[in-house]
Design a protein. Sequence first.
Length: 231
Amino acid sequence: MLRLDDLNVHYGDFHALRGISLSIDEGETVAVIGANGAGKSTLLRTIAGLNAATSGEISYRGQPVDRLPAHRRVALGISLTPEGRRLFPSLTVEENLLTGAARSRPGPWSLRAVYDLFPLVEERRNRIAARLSGGEQQAVAIGRSLMSNPALLLLDEVSLGLAPVVVDQVYAALPKVVASGTTVLLVEQDVHRATAVAGRLHCLLAGRTALQGAVDSVRYEQIVAAYFGQA
Ligand code: ATP
């Protein structure tokens, strides 16, 4: 479904992603793990079209998308839930959700389906987004992405700044998203959570691939070594 070939990304002189190759099949859940600054957000943002690659290729369902602007990638079914959630603070929950439908494709997701996935979001539907808790905001951010009916959902650090019990609630929704036919590429710093939800891992270390493979084919010690660069 998605293939990255020798992807390089720079911020000025800084080489943030170094020759990343990765492919994801339809229906898979893949986790990108790695320490702070490893390049995880940069990877998702580049796939979504918010950062430009310096070289390499990104193909989606057999079609090169490198040169497409972000909104065209959304229309093709690629949707990013950014780190830090980035809701419109002065809009209501429902208005935030509806902004996600602007480039919507046909599919299972609608306001009703998002409310069924996150009942608490429905309870808060008329509340201003700035007044939500972090966990509620995260649920709205995921719901907003789903409103575009993505085929490929890119989730950037859904746990960031949330209490573990709240993270559990957000992650509990993931199997339902996957069951709806959505392929998921998620960034997660917590190795335990990543291995619990993903079928495959891709570990970044200082912009390079340090380890990749099926969750059940890599040993925990290997993951830790790749994560901290002791391989
Ligand atoms: P985190 O978990 O802290 O978000 P990450 O693995 O997602 O880390 P990125 O945010 O992708 O890492 O950042 C990778 C590297 O690129 C870091 O060294 C970061 O400082 C640098 N970087 C990120 N964004 C920019 C930018 N806009 N300009 C310059 N450097 C940047």
